[in-house]
Design a protein. Structure first.
Length: 346
């Protein structure tokens, strides 16, 4: 069970280390490492979490000392490799020892609570291009990031200069990070995608609704809501006469649902007289083509009752006609049978 403090810390790692998300035409494998200088605060001393796109699939921490699966699809790996989890646990334990040494060297003369974080991962794009990044954070701020092309480290501030010079002098360490990002990371990304394709590669289109509410000075607000879509990436805009109204649009975040789909919303303030010209334009992998949605006047209760009454009366009339035809046909058959009997010779 992950504590609230750890959720906050890992969330900060995603933001501060600049971890991007997969786009609709790419897939990303990322690992987040976090070490802390002191016990307490509801945190383990060390933790690793792994994500494929937006789904966590593994966790290791200094309390359990085991790599543990998160999600059903990753458990399929053990069917092909019985030693997989033991091997991954040994690797994670090695990183825990490395982080302990790094923390001791870095914080030995600095009292108080400190964090040392690392995010590294790779991206496979639909056009075949491969990307990778390796970034470190110190006390919740950017620290160092790897330039794979030049095999150098970019320091975020003066505090990182000493570490930058030491790592650039150790080409084995730096080259090792590049080799992982361009080799093993991409290889495992392919493997994991194959195991999790039913979940990760599925496409569920958004359910879109447009509502309105009053505003001030006679204006009103149109709200476009999208529910139940996957993957996460969606392009949705308010448009008027084909023109995108980005500056006038207020957006909500793309938020996960409990069933691993997403929802979001966007609104715009308009003159009610021009309401019919505003369209919520939606593009998503789950839709065959982009679609436009506009506000539709709901059917009133009185109209609904009237329509229901008409349909009910129409249905009753149809049934009555069918009944008449049925009995007429039956009567005619009976009449013909009786007539034929009467004309038979004695």
């Amino acid at each position: 069970m992950i504590s609230r403090s750890l959720f906050v810390l890992l969330g900060a790692a995603v933001l501060l280390l600049g971890a991007g998300t997969a786009t609709a035409t790419s897939h990303v494998l990322r690992y987040f490492f976090t070490g802390v200088s002191e016990l307490g605060h509801g945190l383990p001393r060390f933790i690793i979490v792994g994500y494929l796109d937006d789904q966590q699939f593994v966790q290791y921490d200094s309390d359990s000392r085991r790599d543990l699966p998160r999600g059903s699809w990753i458990q399929k790996v053990e069917e092909d490799d019985a030693q997989y989890w033991d091997w991954q646990t040994q690797l994670s334990h090695s990183w825990e020892l490395y982080f302990q040494l790094s923390l001791w060297n870095r914080f030995n003369h600095t009292p108080g609570f400190h964090t040392w974080q690392w995010m590294h991962g790779c991206e496979l794009r639909q056009d075949g291009r491969k990307e990778g990044s390796s970034q470190f954070g110190y006390d919740g701020t950017d620290f160092l990031s790897l330039d794979k092309q030049t095999l150098t480290w970019t320091a975020a501030d003066w505090r990182a200069q000493v570490t930058k010079r030491r790592w650039e002098a150790d080409q084995v360490w730096t080259q090792g990070r590049k080799n992982f990002l361009e080799g093993d990371c991409i290889e495992w990304l392919h493997k994991y995608l194959n195991y999790g394709k039913e979940s990760l590669l599925r496409k569920e289109p958004p359910v879109v609704t447009v509502t309105r509410k009053g505003s001030y000075e006679g204006l009103e607000i149109l709200i476009c809501r999208l529910h139940g879509f996957y993957p996460k990436e969606v392009d949705v805009t308010w448009r008027k006469g084909g023109e995108i109204l980005e500056q006038e649009t207020l957006r909500g975040g793309i938020t996960p649902n409990s069933d691993r789909t997403y929802h979001t919303w966007l609104s715009i303030e308009i003159d009610p007289k021009e309401r019919e010209h505003y369209k919520c334009h939606v593009e998503h992998d789950g839709l065959l083509n982009p679609q436009d949605f506009s506000w539709e006047k709901p059917v009133s209760s009185a109209t609904g009752i009237l329509v229901g009454s008409i349909l009910g009366a129409l249905a009753a009339s149809v049934l009555l006609v069918i009944g008449i035809l049925f009995y007429t046909k039956k009567w005619r058959k009976g009449y013909q049978a009786a007539s034929s009997k009467q004309t038979q010779p004695l």
